[in-house]
Design a protein around this ligand. Sequence first.
Ligand code: TXA
Ligand code: MG
Length: 373
Amino acid sequence: METKIIANPSPEEIQDLGRILRQGGLVAIPTETVYGLGANGLDEEAMSKIYAAKGRPSDNPLILHISSMEEVPPLVAEIPETARRLMEAFWPGPLTITLPKSDFVPLRATGGLARVALRCPDHALARDLIKAAGVPIAAPSANISGRPSPTTAQAVYHDMQGRIEAIVDAGPCSIGVESTVVEVHPHEVIILRPGGITEDMLRTVVDCVSYDKHLLGSQEQPKAPGMKYTHYAPNGDMTTYVGADQEVAQAMVKQIDALLEQTDSKGAVKVGLLVSASTLHVIYDLWNQGNASELTDKLIEDEAVEIIPITYEDDLDLAHSLYQALLDFNDAEVSYILAQGVETKGLGVAIMNRMTKASGGQVITCKEKNVHC
Ligand code: TXA
Ligand code: MG
C-alpha cells in the first residue's frame, strides 16, 4: 500500500479522509501531544489493523478521540460529576479520561477492559477529521510499538510507510509528550500516566487526585496496561543523569571517557549527549582543563560524540524536543545516550516518566560531592 502524506488538507480532502477512516482505513492524524494512528473506534476490524501496523500487544487498550463533550454519552455507562468538571476544564486538551464503557464500545477498543479511555484533542484539524469521520477515532501514538512516539509527520512516515493509507501533516506537535491518562470515579481521580495536564492543574478542579501505585514504584500491575511495556526506547543504550549541571557534567565526562575506550562491531563507540546548554558548557570546560583539549579535538574530529543540546529553560521546550532528539540519535547511530533529566514537578513528572522508560530504568542521581555515580 502506498502511504500518502497530505499537508494542510482542504475541506474536500478532510471529507475524503473522514470517509477512509469511517470505512475502516488507517490514517495518521496530528494532535497537540503526538501524532496518532487513527481508525474507526467502533469497527473491530479497523482497530485490529492498528495493532498489526504497530506490532502492539493486544491487551493494550486504545484511546477513543472525540470532537466534543456531546459525543461522550453513547460511549459510557455514566458520567460522574468529577468527570464532567474535568472535561469542562481541560477539553479540548491533553487529558484522557477513563470511564465505565457502554455496550456500544467494542471490547477491541478497550483491550477487554470494562473502562473506555476518551480524549478530545486540542487540535482543530484533528477535531475536523473526527467530525468528518462521524465516529470516534481510536488512535494510539503512530509509532512502531516500543519506539519513541512521533511528533512530526516525517517520523510517522519512517515507521508507518506502506502500512497505512495516509498521514495528515500539520507540522510539529505543540506539546510533544502524550496526554495525561486519569481513571475517574465519583470521588477519586487516579493518574495512570503523567502528561500535559499536571497533578496541580487537576487539583484546581478536583481535590481527590492521586497517582496509580505503579507510578510511585510499586511492583503491582499498572492500571494502564500500556505502562508495563518497554516504551519510547531509542536504539542506543540510554542513561539519564539527574542533578545540578556541575555534577551531571562531571559524571557524564567520566562516563564518556570510559565508553570511548570501548570498541564495538563498527569500531569506535559513538556517544550521544542530550544536555542543557549550561551543562554542555561545563562539559566543554572540563574537557578543556589540563590535557583534555586533545580529547575534545579528537572527539570532534572522529565524530565520536553526537551532541544534541536542548533548551532546558522550560519543561515545555524539553517535552517538545525529547522524542525527536531520541529519533535523531537513532539516525546518528549512537551506541550510548547520556541524557540529562529534570526535576519531577509539574510537566517534569511526565518528562521523567518517559526518560526513565527510554533509559530502561537506568537513572543516576548525581549528588554534590559524589562524582562516583
Ligand atoms: O496523547 C495521547 O494520548 C496520544 C495521542 C495520539 O492522542 N495517544 C496515545 O495513545 O498516547 P497510546 O495508545 O500510545 O497510549 C494510551 C495509553 C496506554 O498506556 C493505555 O494502556 C492507556 O492509555 N489506556 C487506554 N485505555 C485505557 C483504559 N481503558 N484503562 C486504562 N488505561 C488505558
Ligand atoms: Mg504510545
